[in-house]
Design a protein around this ligand. Structure first.
Ligand code: NAD
Length: 281
């Protein structure tokens, strides 16, 4: 079984981006800039943002975090986004989710100029991805996709099964694999006989949020299994895949932690660099 090392893949991607940023700086005399807006003091969000900032600096991006208290008014955030949309030194804007209840998430997402939407959540980017046009792709599925491609560069004709239909993970993953000519089945909480669907998969992506849902006998021999889940349990953080069982049957599997997670941040940096490059055309 191949243990898909997300940490290593993310370090390689960051190194590629670091070199690219040097080239871009030489060519344009400026570097891509990432601005993150962080609202409130939720600890996981603070940790994510700190990691994003650290990684952005590591690859040579201009990185800024703008913090607001939980009580900030929606209009203050919308005005700041408007200002950042007009700022040439900002290539990418990310508003860290979740947001406090009084702030309308969709309004915030739609306020970001699609050409600076490094999360790929703006409806314009969602539409572009499903139409097969160039766009920002949500970072976690993009990371999953790059990991699958490392194991199997030619995905044409493969049967892919995705568990979970969220806008964040399942749906964009479907689009990425369709583009590669996979035959994609998307499953969800109302799917009948999930095990039978999973057993069809050459590529199985679990993005559910249920600890160790996918068992060893749900996975075809030689399947590539990508575990997106991050679940806090008594025995620590586990994925949506029963790692010990599935590692005996699968061809390749991502661990949790150390699989998809590190790729998510590296892909955010990749999206920032891509937004910068498109803005220079
Ligand atoms: P979500 O709650 O938005 O969506 C979960 C999906 O799972 C839904 O579409 C639902 O229909 C489906 N589902 C629920 N129960 C099911 C069942 N019994 N059988 C089949 N499908 C079922 O979740 P999300 O935001 O997509 O996140 C999914 C998981 O991925 C979570 O554990 C989350 O923490 C993790 N996550 C990880 C990263 C990362 O960087 N690794 C990033 C984002 C999310």
């Amino acid at each position: 079984m191949i243990l898909i090392d997300g940490k290593k893949a993310a370090a390689e991607l960051r190194e590629e981006l670091r070199k690219e940023v040097v080239e871009l700086k030489n060519k344009h005399n400026k570097v891509p800039g990432l601005t993150v807006i962080l609202i409130g003091d939720l600890t996981p969000s603070q940790i994510y943002v700190r990691n994003k900032e650290k990684s952005a600096k590591e690859v040579g991006l201009k990185s800024e975090v703008i913090k607001y208290p939980d009580s900030v008014e929606e209009k203050v955030i919308l005005d700041k986004i408007d200002e950042l949309n007009k700022d040439d030194t900002v290539s990418g804007i990310l508003v860290q989710l979740p947001l406090p209840k009084h702030i309308d998430k969709q309004k915030i997402i739609e306020a970001i100029n699609p050409s600076k939407d490094v999360d790929g959540f703006h409806p314009m980017n969602v539409g572009s991805l499903s139409s097969g046009y160039e766009s920002s792709v949500p970072c976690t599925p993009l990371g999953c996709y790059l990991l699958v491609k490392k194991i199997e560069p030619n995905l044409s004709g493969k049967k892919a099964v995705i568990i979970g239909r969220s806008n964040l993970n399942g749906k964009p993953m479907t689009q990425l694999l369709l583009k590669e000519n996979c035959t994609v089945t998307i499953t969800h909480s109302k799917t009948k006989n999930l095990k039978a669907e999973c057993l069809e998969a050459d590529i199985l992506v679990a993005a559910v949020g249920i600890p160790e849902l996918v068992k060893g006998d749900w996975v075809k021999k030689d399947a590539i299994v990508i575990d997106v889940g991050i679940n806090k349990t008594d025995k620590g953080i586990v994925g949506d895949v029963a790692f010990d069982e599935v590692s005996k049957s699968a061809r390749a599997l991502t661990p949790v932690p150390g699989g998809v997670g590190p790729m998510t941040i590296a892909c955010l940096l990749k999206n920032t660099v891509e937004c910068f490059k498109r803005s220079q055309l």
